[in-house]
Design a protein around this ligand. Structure first.
Ligand code: HEC
Length: 141
């Protein structure tokens, strides 16, 4: 009797673990680690792309709501272009335009974009370029 109970509990446990790993709602951080961290660090110093913290700060500065910021980021990720870029143009000068990320589903892109939006960046309002320019209100629109 006890054994059956234990077995049942173990079964439940592994079922929920499996679900987490393979969920319909993908974990944004995991998507990032798997697909983006080759180029992006979360905080400076950068690898071959601007770090996520300043990117997040930039999106929060440009968009008044998370929904619109995330939608715009997903749109960029599907087909990166200068026109859609929200970061400091210096970042594209310095790192080049981001290559498209094929093979990620809309839900994965959404999850990773939401996760990026939530990354804290308390300090200066942006990153990307290495502070060549005055980082003031100049580009606050
Ligand atoms: C091969 C390197 C590389 C990979 C992999 C990569 N990125 Fe990038 N990413 C870049 C570079 C370079 C830039 C800076 C130039 C630009 O904005 O296009 C950038 C810029 C960005 C930006 C700013 C967009 C803007 O407004 O200009 C976001 C957001 C972003 N990446 C998210 C991601 C996410 C999410 C992933 C994983 C799904 C990812 N990146 C994977 C190289 C990469």
């Amino acid at each position: 009797m006890k054994h059956t109970l234990l077995l049942a509990m173990a079964g439940l446990l592994s079922a929920s673990l499996l679900q987490n790993a393979d969920a319909a709602e993908p974990d944004g951080r995991a998507v990032f680690t798997r697909n983006c961290s080759v180029c992006h660090t979360i905080n400076p110093p950068p690898k071959t792309a601007p770090p996520i913290g300043p990117i997040a700060g930039r999106y929060r500065q440009k968009f008044s709501s998370k929904t619109s910021g995330v939608a715009s980021m997903v749109n960029f990720l599907k087909a990166p272009s200068r026109e859609k870029s929200v970061v400091d143009p210096d970042a594209i000068e310095r790192f080049g335009l981001m290559p498209p990320m094929p093979g990620l589903s809309d839900t994965e892109l959404n999850a990773v974009a939401e996760w990026i939006w939530d990354q804290p960046w308390g300090g200066r309002s942006q990153g990307g370029g290495k502070g060549k320019k005055q980082q003031g209100n100049a580009d606050c629109q």
